[in-house]
Design a protein around this ligand. Structure first.
Ligand code: BGC
Length: 250
């Protein structure tokens, strides 16, 4: 019988989140563990740490590895907040070699989106759904009738002459000491651009900023319905495990 508890790993620029995930219930069954990302965050250093976490958690079956970069056919193509040695690197294949088990390698926002569309805020929503994760950068996951269009990079869409994430990420809010109205004005502007280009049926707001959603939800405006992501900090880990269960390498 296939394992129903799988390892989800969510690599970020500053930390690696991990847990064993019950893929039927879509929830972590071990406490969400946060481990500092090695510096420098080279593939070898990061993946050895992932293998160590896998041993500690006594994981079995396939594993999911969420990563903050474009991942095409199992290969990282960008490296926004991690060591540039990742560009061109087959992260899933290498971790699979270290673990001796299958690994699915997936963009971190796509992983969060998989969690939300399968069991969270966008469950059962037909049409076009765009999940945005607001954190260090802005990640995006785009679904049409539940099917993922992998590795979209809407956070890097040009916006006022620079990447949108430089203006509207949670990180930008922190470093520029923006209050909620000022930050939401930028996000509304960004959502308006996305609305004009995609005409989505639903926006889901995820990433670290989703934890404060009640403080700013009344300030967000769009002709498109806006919902808060339901998986919070666990989204990437749960989605990575769900992607591993699915087994398809995008
Ligand atoms: C990266 C994306 C990633 C997002 C969130 C962006 O800078 O380009 O691939 O999904 O940050 O981590």
């Amino acid at each position: 019988m296939a394992d129903t508890v799988l390892l989800g790993l969510d690599v970020g620029g500053s930390s690696i989140k991990s847990a064993l995930v019950d893929i039927e219930q879509g929830r972590a069954v071990t406490p969400l563990q946060t481990t500092p990302t090695p510096v420098p965050s080279t593939p070898a250093a990061v993946l050895q740490l992932c293998a160590q976490i896998d041993r500690q958690l006594k994981a079995r079956g396939a594993a999911g590895l969420a990563f903050p970069a474009v991942v095409r056919h199992g290969v990282a193509r960008t490296a926004a907040n991690v060591d540039h040695a990742w560009i061109g690197f087959s992260g899933g294949a290498e971790l699979s070699r270290l673990l001796g088990r299958p690994v699915v390698f997936i963009n971190d926002a796509d992983a969060a989106g998989v969690a939300e569309i399968t069991l969270g805020a966008a469950r059962g929503v037909a049409g076009l759904v765009i999940l945005l994760t607001f954190g260090t950068g802005i990640g995006s996951a785009v679904f049409l009738d539940g099917k993922l269009l992998p590795s979209t990079e809407l956070g890097h869409m040009e916006f006022h002459g620079v990447d949108a994430e430089r203006i509207a990420s949670a990180h930008a809010r922190t470093v520029e000491h923006l209050d909620w109205p000022s930050w939401c004005a930028r996000v509304n502007d960004y959502l308006a651009r996305l609305h004009a280009l995609f005409w989505p049926d639903l926006f889901v707001i995820g990433g670290s900023i989703s934890e404060d959603f009640e403080q700013y939800r009344a300030l967000l405006q769009s002709p498109t319905e806006i919902r808060r992501a339901t998986f919070g900090a666990e989204a990437g880990v749960v989605g990575a495990a769900l992607a591993a269960a699915n087994g398809e390498q995008l």
